[in-house]
Design a protein around this ligand. Structure first.
Ligand code: GLC
Length: 744
């Protein structure tokens, strides 16, 4: 082979770069080691200790501590719920008075926006628009970093199949494939071009792991599942977050198969830090180390500290177990100092990567805070995200979109004028939410003086008074069209907000019945942080929009959809049950040996209910548009592939309606026969495309072995030869094209 002689200087140049890069890499590792060598055992333990500010508690208040004194004594490594350039600077000044001047890191739950609030995460996922989801996290990071905060406790990536669990609102729904892509998008959004950039913050994949499978949907409850299910359903989004470079993980409150996640070495050391080689650090959830005592897993907080550090929990959020007992455990020889050193190094490495050792105050810049936080450009992106998150559940008799010539519009309901509720749970607290656009304001902004607006509250969200019905009925009778905004209050979903009854609360459905009786066209807006049950409404109301909690620009986004300035394209990221009795219900179920009959033939001796249809109220992936789409001409470039091969799938999508619109086309596969039963369908790809009226586009998916794989009983990720069903759908229950192929 011909030898290529590079100019001598080039090889020197390359080697200098590589040396420099190595030196650069080693610089942080070396700098970490150099600080570690100086630290006393108490100072090391201090780095593993995290307190919340007292002003913004996001968990049960801990014992009183003199936080300022402890920071100055080097006993605190991180604070949460401290934000703002000035406040973080003042807190950092205290840390600079400690012997080694190790900077604090500040963390905050920036779950869906900092000052400009985006739709709740579950709503964002309904957009199936990974680019906009990433952009929303990017903006949240810019505003958070400009406020002196280095770290968000997000993304929450818990797969959830039980809408009684209030925290479904902060995740990505029920599907591992979609949830993994969203996890990656959010980590990339938060961390941007990498830590050290002034607009990049540390992401935190949480809650590790399987918190969304809490029995009965009861928050903090036990989780019991096979390892296989853990790997196949609940771990994929965490793995995606780790692969995307998430700087930190947060463990979960639940016990998993009898071992609390905080003390679960299988999760944190074997999987996360072992198999996945995770270089970052794990923060416990609020008090979860100490909560291993009520779990009955340890007898006291000293044992809790020993169990947690050995299991790989690096930082103790608010339980005070480490600060009280870890040094003593090391002195007693019960905990090797090497474990403490490993945890300290993981934390110090992030502080170096953030540039805090070079300048502890670099994020605490009041001018940048003024320039970056809450600016109009951010609101525009939030509005775009909000519009894309809205799901059109029903639209009969052409009620929607509303005509811009409508003369009189009645806007009714307990949520129509609410600003606070539009923010949903886990919004960052501000003294004044008057900058949030309510639905009433959004409609006002849209119609201006071209229409007369009538308002009536009608009823409250959850009390049973019907006293407001008469006023609402009168408003409806005097209007050409009625818009009714119902649902939950924002504090009815979120953490510690599990509900046993997820029907529309109070007498809201009775209000809808009363308004329907006026004979006027009624549009229903349903606001919630979770799937709700509203069968009468779904059966009898002609037009329904699921508007979740859409954030700062909620009203403007909803008005754009109501009046057709934006054609809704949202698709449900979770299955909507007909009633609580159907839960858990999800689209990727196993068929069983006696599959439940279809709704219209309830045969006996089948796996179903004798008093309820098999199908959900609304399926995973469901959502309508103001236009219609036809799917045609499905082709596979071959009908058999081997493991190293691939199959190209193509089909045509046509906008068969009268207005432009976007469609999320979904690819589902089923492994017909395998050594383990496989789901009746699994989402394996999707794409969202815009089509003008009459336009046709060809869509292509490529199927490789990875899309055919699953975990076998030995937890090996593998694919088995055999036949596969291929389904192209507008939702998981609306399959438009089918085919088959074989893996040789
Ligand atoms: C809460 C939540 C967790 C949050 C943390 C800090 O209890 O479980 O998601 O990040 O405490 O607020």
């Amino acid at each position: 082979m011909k030898k290529i002689f590079l100019p001598f200087c080039f090889t020197i140049f390359v080697s200098v770069i590589s040396l420099n890069a190595t030196a650069q890499k080693k610089t942080i590792d070396q700098r970490v080691d150099s600080v570690l060598k100086l630290m006393t055992l108490d100072e090391k333990v201090g780095q593993l200790n995290q307190y919340s500010s007292k002003e913004e508690l996001t968990g049960p208040a801990g014992e009183n501590s003199n936080i300022a004194q402890e920071i100055k004594a080097g006993k605190v490594g991180s604070m949460l719920n401290v934000r703002g350039a000035d406040r973080t600077r003042r807190m950092q000044v205290l840390a600079m008075q400690a012997r080694l001047k190790i900077p604090l890191i500040f963390g905050q739950d920036v779950i869906h926006g900092y000052k400009v609030t985006f739709p709740i995460p579950l709503a964002e996922v309904a957009s199936w628009d990974l680019g906009t989801i990433e952009q929303g996290s990017r903006i949240a990071a810019i505003e958070t970093a400009a406020s002196g905060v280095h770290w968000t406790f997000a993304p929450m990536v818990d797969i959830a199949r039980d809408p009684r669990w209030g925290r479904v609102m902060e995740g990505a729904g029920e599907d591992p494939y979609l949830g993994s892509l969203v996890a990656k998008a959010r980590v990339k959004g938060f961390q941007g071009k990498g830590l050290g950039n002034l607009d990049a913050i540390m992401a935190c994949a949480k809650h590790f792991a399987a918190y969304g499978a809490a029995i009965g949907g009861r928050d903090y409850n036990s989780v019991d599942m096979s390892e296989r299910t853990l790997w196949e359903v609940y771990l994929p989004p965490f793995r995606a977050a780790a692969e995307a470079g998430a700087a930190t993980f947060m463990n979960s409150f639940n016990d998993l198969n009898g071992i609390p996640a905080t003390g679960n070495a299988y999760l944190q050391r074997n999987i996360l830090k072992g198999k996945w080689k995770f270089p970052g650090f794990v923060v416990s959830d609020w008090g979860s180390i100490g909560e291993m005592v009520p779990h009955g897993f340890v007898k006291d907080k000293k044992d809790a500290a020993e169990s947690a550090i050995k299991a790989g929990s690096d930082m103790d959020m608010e339980s005070r177990s480490y600060t009280a007992h870890l040094a003593q455990l090391v002195k007693e020889g019960k905990v090797p100092v090497a474990l403490v050193d490993d945890a300290v190094k993981r934390i110090l490495r992030k502080k170096f990567e953030l540039g805090l050792f070079d300048d502890p105050y670099r994020f605490s810049n009041a001018q940048r805070e003024t320039d970056q936080v809450g600016i109009p450009q951010h609101r525009e992106v939030a509005k775009d995200m909000a519009r894309k998150s809205i799901v059109l559940l029903k639209n009969e008799k052409g009620v929607l979109p509303l005509s811009k010539n409508t003369k009189t519009i009645a806007v009714i309901g307990p949520l129509a004028k609410s600003e606070d509720d539009m923010l949903g749970f886990w919004s960052v607290g501000w003294p004044d939410n008057s900058d949030v656009v309510s639905q009433w304001e959004g409609i006002q902004n849209k119609v201006g003086n071209t229409a007369k607006l009538l308002y009536a509250k009608g009823c409250d969200v959850s009390d049973t008074s019907r006293a407001g019905f008469a006023e609402a009925i009168t408003a409806a009778q005097n209007a050409d069209v009625v818009i009714v905004s119902v649902g939950e209050r924002r504090d009815m979903s979120g953490e510690a907000k599990s509900r046993s009854d997820i029907h529309l609360p109070g007498v809201q459905e009775e209000l809808l019945q009363a308004l329907q009786a006026t004979g006027k066209p009624v549009v229903v807006l349903i606001n919630a942080g979770r799937p709700l049950v509203f069968n009468w409404t779904a059966d009898n109301m002609p037009a329904i929009l699921y508007t979740w909690w859409l954030g700062s620009e909620a009203g403007n986004a909803i008005a754009d959809v109501l009046f057709g300035d934006y054609n809704p394209a949202g698709k449900l990221p979770m299955t909507f049950p007909r009633t609580e009795g159907q839960i858990p219900i999800y689209y990727n179920y196993y068929n069983t040996g006696r599959p439940a009959p279809d709704d219209d033939n309830p045969a006996r001796y089948r796996s179903g209910y004798i008093d309820l249809q098999k199908s959900p109220r609304f399926a995973f992936g469901y959502g309508l548009s103001y236009t219609t789409f036809t799917y045609s001409d499905l082709q596979l470039n071959k009908t058999a592939m081997n493991a190293s091969d691939s199959i190209v799938v193509s089909f045509k999508l046509t906008n068969s309606g009268k207005v432009a619109g976007e469609e999320v086309v979904q690819l589902y596969l089923r492994d017909e026969v395998a050594t383990l039963v496989r789901p009746v369908k699994e989402l394996k790809d999707f794409t969202k495309l815009l089509l003008q009226p009459g336009e046709t586009k060809t869509v292509r998916f490529v199927i490789k072995k990875d899309k055919l794989s699953f975990y076998n009983n030995q937890l090996q990720w593998m694919a088995e030869p055999g036949a596969f069903d291929l389904m192209i759908g507008s939702s998981s229950s609306d399959i438009r094209l089918k085919s088959k192929f074989e893996l040789k």
